[in-house]
Design a protein around this ligand. Sequence first.
Ligand code: ASP
Ligand code: MG
Length: 414
Amino acid sequence: MSLLVAKFGGASVGDIESIKNAASKVAQEVRRGNKVVVVVAASAGKTDKLIDYCKSVSPRPNPREYDSIISTGEQLSAGLVTLALEQRGLNARSWMGWQIPILTDSDYNKAHILDIKPEKLLSRVEEGEIAVVTGFQGIAKDGSITTLGRGGADTSAVALAAALKADRCDIYTNANGVYTANPTLVSKARRLKSISYEEMLEFASMGTKGIKPRSIEIALRYGMSLQLLSAFGNDVGSDMPGTLITDKDHTMENKPVKGLAYSRDITRITLFNVKDQPGIAAKIFNGLARASVNVGMIIQPASCSGKLTDITFTVSKDELARAIEIMEEEKDKIGFVSLQSDKNVAKVSLIGSGMRTRSGVAFTMFQALAEKDINIQVIETSEINITVLIAEEYLELALRILHTTFGLDQEEAG
Ligand code: ASP
Ligand code: MG
C-alpha cells in the first residue's frame, strides 16, 4: 500500500465531466489499495476571472483581500471533487489550506510555504478517508489567507507530499508525460519512462509544459518522486502510465542525450564595434535590467585588435522592440557603431545528465547540423544542456536530425 498525492490542474477539473473523471482516477488508485491525498487547482480560467472581478471593483486591490478572493476557485474545485468521490461511495473530505494548516509568510500573491502541519489530515487519511486539498492557498501567521503565485497548485502538491512523506506525487494534466521531443514536430518522438530532476528542470525552463520549475526544486530537495500523467488517458493502473521524475533508477541510463527542447519565442540583437574595455557589458545589461527586459543567451568573442568587439544577446519576441529602444537611447553611452536584430531565429537544446561524463556530444551536434547546412548563430552550454540559436526555418529539420543522431528514435528512448 502506498500513500499518494494526486494533483489535478485547471484543465483536469475544468468542467463537471472532468471533475467526475478526476474522481474516477482517484477511485482507481483507492481500488489498487493506495491511500490518496488529492490536491486541486481552480478550473481553467477561473482564477483569471476572479482577478478580473477584483480589478473591476478596485484598480489596485488590497493584496490581503485579493488573495482571499482569488483563492476561492480552488475551494470550489475541492468541494466538487469531494462530492464526486462521495457519489462513488468513497469517504472523502475537503480541506482548505488554513484547515490543514499550510503556513506561509505574508507575501500576498506570491507567498512561500514555511511549514505544513499534516498530523490532523494524516490521521484521517490513515483511517481511510480521502483528503481533497485546495492547491494555491495558505495561511499567514496573522490568520490571513495567502496565495502562492500563479500556477502555485503544483507547489502545494509537492510540498504537501513532502510533509506527508508520501511515496509519490502524481501530477495529472492534459499531457501524458514528457517526450524526447515535441511529437507534433518530430513524429518519432517517444514518451520518456523516467527523467531526473535536473533534466526536468531544464525541460521546464525551456517551456515544456506539465509542471512548474519551483515544484521540481522542492521535489529535488526532499527526494520526492513525481509522476506526470494524463488525467484523460486510460492508462492509469498500468505499471508506468506517464513519466517518472526521480533520481532513482538511472543506473541503466546509457544515452548522453535524454531529449530535445526548443523555443521560437526568441530574437537576436547584435551590437557591432563595441569598445573592448571594462564596464561596457555592464552598461548594456544594466539598461535592460532596469527596464526588466529578460536576457537569455549572451555572447562576446575575444577581440582580435583589443579595441573593438561585437556583443550578441537574445530576448523574447515581445521584448525585442523595447530592447532595441533602450539600446538606441543608450547608444552614445555604450558606444557601439551599429545594431542588427533578427526575429527569425529559434533555439534548440539537447538535454541530458549523461553529457556530463560523455565527450563529443557538442561535436556530434554541430556536425549533424553542418551536414544539413544549418548555420549556428549562438551557442550556449551548461553541464547538462547544449543550446544553439539557428534560423527559424530550420527548426523542424534540426529537431528531426538531432533526434535521429542521438539515438532517440528507437523504441526504448527512456
Ligand atoms: N489556480 C491558480 C492559477 O491559475 C493556481 C494553479 O492553477 O496552479 O494560477
Ligand atoms: Mg491554473
